[in-house]
Ligand binder design. Structure first.
Ligand code: FMN
Length: 219
């Protein structure tokens, strides 16, 4: 039995692009594995993690376990639970909406908490994601490619990839949908066709990568 971990960080209850593309990826994996798979999900945009838990868990690391407060024990237990969910999965899907040019606070809190766990900390003997695949599913409202006015303004993707790849050791695939605001923003009307193509390409990539990674973990 294989396990997929899926993290959704969109704050939209309906119409999230990162969630929709992640869904395509998850469905492709599940279909290819013939249902012989467990999917663990966490929706941190709609059910946020407590933003103060990270500092509490981080400082609890300097306190002997038997001397920790109830608050420190709860924060460490939460970090352990999150790290367990990720560590026990063969494949990780990280849905990353792009808000305010950077990593969303919800996603940052999740990474910060997982990083307090010894298996995922910078000092881990072996990167916990070594030999495993992680997918970064990114949705951006605007366009940030080379030659566009906002080129260089995406301050999220490189950081997310850095941690997944270089700290945790995953083999990372980035699947991106851009211009997601074109359909609802009059000033972006001339970009609608491009946005639709972008979205279709993202779903197609998710389908393709889902099948490929399922074959890999089933082998
Ligand atoms: C509060 C907020 C801030 C946003 N900031 C940006 C931004 O800085 N740049 C951008 O291109 N799009 C921005 N967007 C648009 C989102 O990137 C877009 O809606 C994307 O589809 C989000 O992923 P989701 O659909 O999975 O929620 C923002 C959206 C919201 C709600």
């Amino acid at each position: 039995m294989s396990t997929v971990f899926r993290l959704d960080a969109s704050i939209k209850p309906e119409g999230s692009v990162s969630r929709a593309v992640s869904e395509t990826l998850e469905n492709a994996i599940v279909a290819e594995l013939g249902g012989d798979v467990t999917v663990t999900t966490r929706s941190i945009g709609l059910n946020p993690l407590p933003s103060d838990a990270w500092a509490t868990a981080a400082f609890a690391g300097y306190v002997p376990a038997e001397q920790r407060t109830d608050e420190q024990n709860a924060a460490v237990a939460l970090a352990t639970e999150l790290a367990d969910e990720l560590a026990s999965a063969d494949v990780a899907i990280i849905g990353a909406p792009f808000y305010n040019w950077g990593v969303t606070q919800h996603l940052k809190t999740w990474f910060d908490l997982v990083l307090t766990d010894g298996r995922f900390g910078p000092g881990a003997e072996q990167p916990a994601g070594a030999g495993k695949s992680a997918f970064l599913v990114i949705a951006r409202g605007g366009g940030y490619g080379e030659g566009t006015p906002r080129f260089g303004w995406d301050h999220a993707t490189a950081w997310l990839k850095r941690v997944l790849e270089d700290v945790w050791g995953y083999e990372v695939t980035v699947i991106e949908a851009e211009l997601t605001l074109a359909e609802t923003t009059p000033a972006m009307a001339e970009l609608v066709d491009l946005a639709r193509k972008n979205l279709a390409d993202a779903h197609a990539a998710a389908e393709r990568h889902g099948k490929a990674v399922a074959s890999k973990i089933a082998a």
